[in-house]
Write a protein that binds this ligand. Structure first.
Ligand code: MG
Length: 257
C-alpha cells in the first residue's frame, strides 16, 4: 500500500478543488427536475467546469464517456448519462462527479429526489446519507478504515439494507483513486490506519435489498439484481487529530432521521 500524506500547501489546493466541485455539484443537483435528461445534467456539469477552469475528473477515466455518473433508481453506480434517459416523478438519481484543479482531484456524490418520491425511497436516501456521516465520525487519526466501514455497515444493516461490495471509498489526490481502500463494511480496528494529512473519500453505496449487482451491456452501468433501489452519498474529507474536515460541503442541512 502506498498511502500519501498531503502537506498543508497541497491540502489548500485540494480544498479549492473540492470547493469548486461542490459548487458545481450543488448546481447540477438543483437542476434535477421531472422531464430533464441525464445528458442535460452532464452538459451542465461540463459547462460549469469550463466556466470555473477545472477539468471534469471522470471523463475518459478508464474510458468513461461523460463528466457525471448518473445512476437512477435501481442503477447502483457508473450510470452513463443519456439523452434518452428522462427523469420521471418519483425517481431518485445519484450524481457522482469529480473535478481536477492543477492536477488535484475532488470527488463527491449525492442522491437526490425527482418530484415526489416514495416513503421507501426517502428512507433509503436519508439512511444512506446518515451512514456516511456515521462513517465520517470515525474518520479520525489513530482509527482505521475498518472503523469507518463498521460504522456504515452496522447502521444500515438494522434496516436490512446492504452495502455494495464491488465499489468502495478510496484515498484521493493526484490520482482519483489512491490507497487506501475504504470499504463500506468491516471490523473495528481492521484495515489501514488513518493518519493526519490523509485525504480520503467515504462513499456508502447502499442497496435497499440484496448486495448483488449486475453490469449492463454498456460495460459501466451497474444495477441491483433484485430490482430494488440503491442510493449513494460521498464526501471527500481530510483526516485530522480530531473531527475530520469535510472538504465537499453541500448546501443543504443534514437530515435527521
Ligand atoms: Mg469516489
Amino acid at each position: 500500500m502506498n498511502i500519501s500524506l498531503k502537506n498543508p500547501a497541497e491540502v489548500e489546493i485540494i480544498r479549492q478543488a473540492c470547493r469548486i466541485q461542490s459548487e458545481i455539484l450543488n448546481e447540477v443537483c438543483a437542476a434535477v427536475a421531472i422531464g430533464i435528461s441525464t445528458s442535460e445534467l452532464d452538459e451542465l456539469a461540463e459547462k460549469l467546469c469550463r466556466e470555473k477552469n477545472v477539468k471534469p475528473g471522470f471523463k475518459n477515466y478508464h474510458g468513461f464517456p461523460a463528466s457525471i455518473c448518473a445512476s437512477v433508481n435501481d442503477e447502483v453506480v457508473h450510470g452513463i448519462p443519456s439523452k434518452n434517459k428522462i427523469l420521471e416523478n418519483g425517481d431518485i438519481i445519484a450524481i457522482d462527479f469529480g473535478v481536477v484543479l492543477d492536477g488535484w482531484n475532488a470527488d463527491a456524490c449525492r442522491t437526490v429526489a425527482v418530484g415526489k418520491i416514495s416513503e421507501e425511497a426517502k428512507k433509503l436516501m436519508e439512511r444512506t446519507k446518515e451512514s456516511l456521516y456515521r462513517g465520517i465520525e470515525k474518520a479520525v487519526a489513530g482509527n482505521s478504515t475498518g472503523d469507518i466501514g463498521h460504522a456504515i455497515e452496522s447502521f444500515v444493516k438494522q434496516f436490512s439494507y446492504s452495502p455494495v461490495r464491488e465499489t468502495v471509498g478510496h484515498g484521493i489526490g493526484r490520482k482519483l483513486h489512491e490507497d487506501p481502500e475504504v470499504p463500506n463494511w468491516g471490523k473495528v480496528g481492521s484495515g489501514a490506519k488513518l493518519k493526519k494529512g490523509m485525504v480520503i473519500c467515504i462513499e456508502p453505496i447502499i442497496n435497499a435489498g440484496s448486495a448483488k449487482i449486475l453490469t449492463e451491456k454498456d460495460g459501466w452501468t451497474t444495477r441491483t439484481r433484485d430490482g430494488k433501489l440503491s442510493a449513494h452519498f460521498e464526501h471527500q474529507i481530510l483526516i485530522r487529530e480530531g473531527e475530520a474536515e469535510i472538504l465537499t460541503p453541500w448546501d443543504e442541512p443534514v437530515g435527521n432521521l
